[in-house]
Design a protein around this ligand. Structure first.
Ligand code: GDG
Length: 463
């Protein structure tokens, strides 16, 4: 097996059993994948330095070697807060209204990718597989090729790939898409995203789609696949059985006081449909008085990207909305929404998921959504809860037996909650089993193998 070099914007060294509570979906998945290989995880340390030096900080934690570099403040502003999170993230999540197009952002983005390439090059040995992740890093592969790197190289996009016509609104969209042809394999979360990529290539670039997913434009080609990410199912099941999880579950049930709990867990992000979730739940309270005092929503939402204005706005608007709903419906013994802006260790989270009768996952757009999978994995097979899932989460392509809803419709959310609360045990079990079979089969190790097999296969066929 070749050594794997994984590159992503942020590198978060694993913190051992139980997790740190601050690892995002990407970090959780990559730690699991790297633990199995003797590879290196390269990226930004999260630290800021006066002047970029390219100094690499090598560390080894819980079986994973990390190599990190610090960035200058201007880099962070333009590349991370700017182009990645104020241009690409909103646009790729269909939020044209929030996307900002500033030439300084694009320049900073290119500069940082070039710096990453120059810093990484000396670490790459001839047989390594290089696997680059996510929207922060589209052009990195091209810069590595320019620097003479001929290794097998793949790129995986964790967020949705937007529809062809939406992508046209990005200045220099074609330049961005062309960078993908520096890779041997490009992976998307869903068939839907892969289809949108095909649309762009065929309609905008005059390209063709051939055998084995090979996409060709002129004399350049890349293999494009759909490769849905999974959770570390075995590890998560262990976390669910841990003493900390059991205790968290017990405490949650005690504090629920016989009421049915609905759980939501999300980074505080406008793509996650948190306002729509609250509004759907409010609709339920408006239309079904019998449920007052019988049910509550626990929303865990650790803040993220607080340097970006739109994130400060969504936070303020959720504060106001949860306050308004609680003000309108709470009584002295019952609060309808428990809204918590902090993270919890992974094992505790597993116990909290298990105590919830409903997992409510309502993103307006989401590459995959690992919370949906974690909620299913944490359930008691003999008495499982019900997953309500947005049809706009990538996970909806796999978890077809969840209650799939349109998050823009408060009625659909309210109706689905009602249905889930009343669902007979046999139906809950059957739906849960169908979802769990997928989560067990297509876990994070399956995902990594599917991607690296494609990468190794391509290298053999093109020489
Ligand atoms: C991106 C894509 C794609 C959240 N709160 C706590 C906590 N979390 C963990 C969850 C889960 C992860 O964060 C969130 O993953 P998601 O997949 O839901 O979302 P993103 O962070 O947006 O991830 C997404 C993913 O990349 C992977 O490809 O699925 O579509 O947007 O694992 O559990 N973890 C702990 N405490 C918390 O309070 N320990």
């Amino acid at each position: 097996m070749s050594r794997l070099i994984i590159v992503s914007n942020r590198v978060q060294p694993p913190t051992g059993e139980g997790g740190s509570g601050s690892q995002g979906g990407l970090a959780v998945a990559l730690s699991a994948a790297l633990r199995e290989s003797s590879g290196i995880w390269f990226g930004w340390s999260g630290e800021v330095t006066d002047q970029f030096t390219g100094h690499i900080n090598l560390q080894r934690n819980f079986g994973v070697t990390t190599a990190t570099v610090d960035l200058e403040e201007q880099d962070v502003d333009e590349y991370y807060n700017g182009y990645a999170n104020r241009t690409l993230w909103p646009l790729f999540h269909y939020r044209m209204d929030l996307a900002e197009f500033e030439s300084g952002f694009a320049e900073g983005y290119e500069r940082v990718n070039q710096r990453f390439a120059e810093t990484l090059e000396p670490l790459i040995e001839s047989d390594d597989l290089v696997w680059i992740h996510d929207y922060h890093m589209f052009p990195l592969g091209q810069y590595l090729r320019d620097g003479g790197i001929t290794n097998r190289m793949g790129f995986f996009l964790h967020i949705p790939w937007p529809p062809y016509r939406l992508l046209l609104s990005l200045p220099n969209h074609r330049q961005l898409v062309e960078t993908l042809f520096a890779y041997d394999v490009v992976g998307f979360q869903t068939i839907d995203s892969l289809g949108s990529f095909h649309d762009y290539v065929t309609q905008e670039m005059g390209g063709t789609i051939g055998e084995g997913g090979r996409v060709t434009v002129g004399d350049r080609s890349v293999v494009a696949i759909s490769c849905p990410i999974g959770i570390d199912t075995t590890n998560f099941l262990e976390a669910t059985e841990s003493a900390a999880a059991r205790y968290a579950c017990y405490r949650m049930r005690q504090s629920s006081n016989g009421r049915d709990m609905i759980i939501g867990v999300d980074r505080l992000d406008y793509s996650k449909g948190l306002e729509e979730r609250f509004l759907g739940y409010e609709r339920l309270l408006q239309t079904d008085e019998a449920l007052h005092g019988e049910v509550f929503l626990l929303q865990i939402a650790p803040p993220s990207r607080g340097d970006v204005q739109s994130y400060r706005e969504i936070r303020a608007s959720l504060d106001a909305l949860s306050g308004r709903i609680n003000g309108a419906y709470a009584d002295v013994e019952w609060v309808p929404i428990r809204y918590v802006n902090r993270g919890y260790p992974r094992d505790r989270l597993a116990g909290i998921y298990r105590a919830a009768k409903i997992g409510l996952v309502t993103p307006l757009r989401d590459g995959m959504n690992l919370v949906a999978k974690e909620y299913i994995a944490a359930q008691d097979p003999e008495n499982p809860g019900v997953l309500i899932l947005s049809r706009f989460a990538g996970a909806a392509e796999q978890l077809t037996q969840a209650l799939l809803i349109n998050p823009y419709s408060p009625e659909e959310i309210a109706d689905a909650i009602k249905l889930a609360l009343e669902m007979p045990l046999e139906e809950r079990k059957a739906r849960w089993r169908a979802c769990m079979d997928n989560i067990a089969a297509e876990d994070v190790l399956w995902w990594r193998k599917r991607f690296t097999d494609a990468l190794e296969g391509v290298a053999q066929s093109v020489g």
